[in-house]
Design a binder for this molecule. Sequence first.
Ligand SMILES: NC(=O)c1ccc[n+]([C@@H]2O[C@H](COP(=O)([O-])OP(=O)(O)OC[C@H]3O[C@@H](n4cnc5c(N)ncnc54)[C@H](O)[C@@H]3O)[C@@H](O)[C@H]2O)c1
Length: 401
Amino acid sequence: MTTRIGMGLVGPGFVGAHHIDAVRRLGFVEVVAIAASSEASARKKADALGVAKAYGSYEALVADPDVHVVHNTTPNYLHVPVILAALARRKHVVSDKPLAMTAGDARRLLDAASDAGVVHAVTFNYRGNPLVQQAREMIAGGELGDVHFVHGAYLQDWLLEETDFSWRLEPDKGGESSAVGDIGSHWCDLVQHVTGRRIVEVLSDLTTVIGTRLKPAESIEAFARGGRDRRQAVSIHSEDLASILLRFEGGAKGSVSVGQVCAGHKNGLWFEVNGRQASVRWLQERQNELWIGRRNAANGTLAKDPSLLAPAARAYAHLPGGHQEGWADAFCNVIRDIYTFIAEGRRMSDHRPPAFATFEDGYHAACVVDAILESHRRGAVWTKVGEAVLTKVRLKPDATA
Ligand SMILES: NC(=O)c1ccc[n+]([C@@H]2O[C@H](COP(=O)([O-])OP(=O)(O)OC[C@H]3O[C@@H](n4cnc5c(N)ncnc54)[C@H](O)[C@@H]3O)[C@@H](O)[C@H]2O)c1
C-alpha cells in the first residue's frame, strides 16, 4: 500500500478529533484539511490538531483535490448537505451516525452514494470491538443454537440535569428523536450486526423526563458541563428515555431501554443474546470480557485474548491477552476496515469486512428509529420497520456493480 489517501473532515467537535486520531494510526492516510462553521474556528481547530489546511465552509473542503475521503462529523441536521456536496464531487464519504434525521433523508443519501459509485460508510463503531466480532462469529457458527431473545440497554447520565444541553435536544438540529436517534441507533445496529437478524417490528413508549432545560447562550460541545449563567429556559419535546419491545426477522423477540437521564450510567451499552444452547452478554464498559451462559455447564467469561478468539475476530485484537483495548481501538478497527477497502480500490458490491457499516446500514437504522417514533405516536402499538418508507422504495442495485 504505497499511495497515501487524503482525508478531510467537516465538523471538528467531540467525535471529529477521534476520526482524525483513528486515520492517523493507519499510517497510509494524510489528514489534509478540516472545515468548521467559520474560517477562524477551523484555523483554531486545525492548529490544535496539527492539520495544515483549514476551511470556513464544507463546500471549500470537498472541492480540495487533495481530499479523497470526506468525513462528516457535523451535528445531524448538516449530514444531508455535507454528504451530498461530497458525493457531487465523487469523494468517498465516512459519516458518523445517525446517517440522517429521517429514513427518507437516509434513503436519499444511500441512492446518491450508489449513483456516485464511491465508497460510503457509517461509523457504527461498536462493531469494531474484538469481542463483539467474537459474539457474532459464535452466533453465525451456531454455538448459541436458535436465537430467541435479544435484549439490553444503552443508558447514559450526561443529560440528567436541567442545565445539561445539546443540539441533540433541538428537533431542527438533532431530529425529532433525541436519545433513540443518538444512541439507540448504535444499539440497534449492533444487535442486528451481531445476530445477523434485522429488527422488523417495534413497540415503543417514549418519555421526556426533563421537559424544560436551561439552554446556554453559546453552543457547547457534547458532554461539556456548563454553569447557570446566561441561560434561557426552553421546552423540550424529544425523548430522553425510551422503553422498546422488538421483533426480529426469524422470530426472535427482544427489548431495549434507552436513556440519557440515568444517574451513574456513563456509556452503559450492553446486549445479551439467548439461544437454545447458550447465551452471550457484552457490556461496553467492560469491553474486554464476553459472558457466556450455559444450562448444563458452568457459565464463563471469555477474556479478549487473540489466542482464544475465532480467526475472524482475532484480526480486531491488537494486544496480547491481559492488555485492555478500548473505545478508540475499536473505532480505529472500523476506520481500518473502511480505508483498507478504499486503498485496495474495491467497490461497494465487493465483499466487505464485517465492522464496515454502509449507508444501507445507516438507512436501516434510520428506518428503525422512524418506526419507534411512529409506534409511540400511535399510542404504543406494534409498528413494522419500514412501513412508511421501505414499502415505497425498493433498494436500487449498486451503481458500481
Ligand atoms: N460514533 C460515535 O460514537 C459518536 C459519538 C459522538 C457523536 N457522534 C455523531 O457525530 C456527529 C457530531 O457529534 P459531536 O458530539 O462531535 O458534536 P459536537 O457538537 O461536539 O461537534 C460538531 C462540530 O461541528 C461543527 N459545525 C457546526 N456547524 C458546522 C458547519 N456548518 N460546517 C462545519 N462544521 C460545523 C461544530 O462547530 C462542532 O465543532 C453527530 O452526528 C453525532 O451523532 C457519534
